[in-house]
Ligand binder design. Structure first.
Ligand SMILES: O=C(O)C(=O)C[C@@H](O)[C@H](O)[C@H](O)COP(=O)(O)O
Length: 334
């Protein structure tokens, strides 16, 4: 399957094919220096499969987890590119999940003011969501994605077979972003989670989620307005992640908790809770509302005393509502 993200000169293809890693050189130019950035949880066999198809591969294996998404990692990777004499004609290839894609993309965006960046996502989260749309970033002082750029990949290559090595918790974690896409934009995508054997219809879930992301990003690449809807659940979700020092809960799990605050129709909320039960997702945690409130003031959709919140009043439709921060405090029970 091939989709094209139409962003004029920044446009690119998303290729989805089982087993594509084995012949990736046929669809992307690897006849140059390629820095493959991956993490210790990604099977070495995937890295080797790609490396042997590159003319000159340099492999960087980062520790798994959010701790790698920081400025010191960014600097170390840029130094590796420089010390190995990477030029503007060479490229960075991200092989892994959201953390790997985000930090690698940020490196690619900055090194020599931008070199080619190839996304090869190997988790549900990165296949469904983070590898598309060009948001690249690192965290700062446990605040998520606060230093970054919009920098589109030149190609996204998705091999769903790579999910075979993904632990169940991480598999479910990424599906939350597809559930989010259904809630804000595509009722039929949400309904798959209610009625189908989710693992059996993964390829359909992936396709529909990619179509949502493509449609939204094409209309608003730099998040001036519409793209904010993709942030549904993230305002409080990111704050919960930070509250737990980016360690206790995974990103999707926090987004799942964050979405519940902004589903305005009680019967839809019940349907969402039933899906959470099916997926085995935790729907609440304990936190100090005042601390969460202070953390959510860092949201990139905040300005002055208010923040743009994404609400779902009806399945498949999102609404942006400017909300005074004080009101959110009350919502949190603080
Ligand atoms: O692509 C987008 O736009 C999104 O908001 C998608 C989110 O699911 C994703 O987690 C994103 O990285 C969050 O971005 P941020 O701007 O809130 O840091």
């Amino acid at each position: 399957m091939k989709l094209h993200v139409d962003l004029k000169e920044n446009g690119y293809d998303i290729l989805v094919e089982h087993g594509i890693l084995a012949h990736i050189q046929e669809v992307v130019d690897l006849k140059r220096k390629v820095m493959i950035i991956t993490d210790e949880n990604v099977p070495k066999a995937y890295t080797d499969t790609i490396a042997k198809q590159c003319k000159e591969a340099y492999i960087e294996v980062l520790p798994a987890g959010e701790a790698s998404k920081q400025l010191s990692t960014f600097q170390a990777l840029c130094e590796k590119l420089l010390n190995n004499h990477f030029s503007r004609k060479d490229c960075v290839l991200a092989l892994g999940g959201g953390v790997i894609g985000d930090v690698s993309g940020f490196v690619a965006s900055a090194y020599m003011r931008g070199i080619d960046f190839i996304q090869v996502p190997t988790t549900t989260l990165s296949q469904i969501d983070s590898s598309i749309g060009g948001k690249v970033a690192v965290n700062l002082n446990e605040v998520k994605n606060i230093i970054g750029a919009f920098y589109q990949p030149c190609k996204v290559i998705i091999d769903p077979d790579t999910l075979q090595s993904l632990p169940k918790r991480h598999y479910i974690n990424g599906l939350i972003e597809a559930l989010k896409a259904g809630l804000i934009y595509d009722a039929s995508l949400f309904e798959l989670f209610e009625s189908e054997d989710i693992q059996a219809v993964y390829d359909t879930i992936l396709y529909k989620a990619l179509c949502v992301k493509k449609a939204v990003v094409e209309k608003d690449e730099k998040e001036q307005n519409l793209r904010k809807i993709l942030n549904f659940g993230h305002t409080i979700g990111h704050a919960i992640e930070s509250y737990y020092h980016l360690e206790e809960y995974l990103h999707g799990e926090c987004v799942a908790m964050g979405m519940l605050y902004f589903i305005d129709d009680p019967s839809l909320k019940q349907r969402v809770l039933r899906v959470y039960e099916r997926l085995g997702i935790q729907k609440e945690t304990s936190f100090d509302p005042t601390s969460i409130y202070h953390l959510l003031c860092n949201d990139k959709k905040a300005s002055g005393n208010s923040v743009t919140c994404v609400h779902v009043k009806e399945l498949g439709k999102a609404e942006l509502i400017e909300t005074p921060l004080e009101l959110l405090k009350t919502k949190l029970g603080g």
